[in-house]
Design a protein around this ligand. Structure first.
Ligand code: ZN
Ligand code: ZN
Length: 338
């Protein structure tokens, strides 16, 4: 089968022919029809994220149809439309025992990170990782649920976004669009920050009460102005450059929570007094749980959250997706169609 392969940091991805996976005990073979391109893939190629596994098929937003089943799986699952939950926890560590597979101490697999992912014609995953998709969501619209919406659901739950909170979403890619919507649904007043006017317009359509152009405005001052000096109860950092982190810290209200979801080459530098006097919390959110993927599918199926797809491309045109994403020119996801 054809697969887009990663060969290590700073190496070009190549479209290779590799063996089609065989579904083992308890697994289904998924014929992939749509796979979203996440910023994480850029971090793999740049070398910022290096998990030491190569060659590897990238892609962790995976949608397709069950084409075959392994031993022990009912044949009735063949033909089912599914979205893949990309973590396969050990099931035994203290994190897995409470459903937090994203923190598992001994992952069995993680599609698109240390195990082959979605930029290929097929993937084999355990049945419990193949979550049924309702007919109301198309394959391409479903792809960004896998990380974009689900990671937003996880981050918003972890940050305990609540009614009346002021929430800043710093960065309006796919996860940012998800956060704007789930924070809005939770009853927060949402301020979206970005540098691309088309993305900010989309954020406003999705429920952002205010938008700030970070390339032009002093973000922290603008957040203070919009909140009568109070600042933000929660700032989600999806960009995390030196400049944006400073703005994010400066935008926080007393008892505010700065939540890292994204990262860059830069490190956070903050004097403790800045945290102490406002009792400010700095925390982070990684990935999502299986329960949150099911929740995200339901949110999209019921129309309360929308996914945003900029364009669909065949695997051969992956470079176009990566280049536009790196330049910040995509409004929502680019989805590859293997
Ligand atoms: Zn575990
Ligand atoms: Zn992702």
């Amino acid at each position: 089968m054809r697969a887009l392969r990663y060969h290590g940091p700073k190496q070009p991805l190549t479209l290779d022919d590799i063996p089609r996976p065989t579904p083992h005990d308890g697994e289904v073979l998924v014929k992939i029809t749509a796979a979203g391109v996440c910023h994480t893939e850029l971090h793999f190629v740049s070398g910022l994220l290096n998990l030491g596994v190569a060659p590897l098929t990238l892609g962790h937003e995976i949608v397709g149809r069950v084409e075959a089943v392994g031993p022990g799986v009912p044949a009735s699952r063949v033909g089912e439309r599914v979205i893949v939950y990309y973590y396969q926890g050990c099931g035994r560590c203290r994190h897995c025992l409470v459903g937090d597979e994203n923190l598992c101490d001994a992952l069995r697999a993680e599609n698109g990170f240390v195990t082959d992912g979605g930029f290929a014609e097929y993937v084999a995953v355990p049945t419990r990782n193949a979550v049924a998709l309702p007919a109301s969501i198309s394959d391409e619209a479903a792809a960004p649920i896998g990380c974009g919406v689900t990671t937003a659901v996880h981050a918003a739950r972890l940050a305990r976004v609540a009614l009346g909170d002021v929430v800043v979403v710093y960065g309006v890619g796919a996860v940012g669009f998800g956060l704007v919507q789930v924070a809005h649904l939770a009853g927060a007043r949402v301020i979206a920050v970005g540098r691309n006017p088309r993305k900010l317009t989309r954020a406003a359509e999705l429920g952002a009460d205010h938008v700030i152009d970070g390339s032009r405005d002093d973000v922290a001052a603008e957040v203070r102005r919009l909140t009568g000096g109070r600042g933000a109860d929660v700032v989600f950092e999806l960009v995390a450059t030196k400049a944006t982190m400073q703005q994010s810290i400066d935008a926080l209200a007393k008892r505010g929570r700065l939540v890292f979801v994204g990262y860059s080459e830069d490190s956070l530098t903050v004097h403790p007094i800045r945290l102490v006097i406002g009792e400010v919390t700095v925390t982070a959110s990684v990935g999502n749980t299986l329960a949150e993927l099911e929740m995200a599918v339901e949110l999209v199926a019921s129309g309360r959250v929308k996914t945003v797809v900029d364009r669909c491309l065949p695997l051969e045109r992956h470079q176009e997706a990566f280049d536009l994403l790196a330049k910040g020119q995509l409004v929502g996801r680019a989805v590859l169609r293997p």
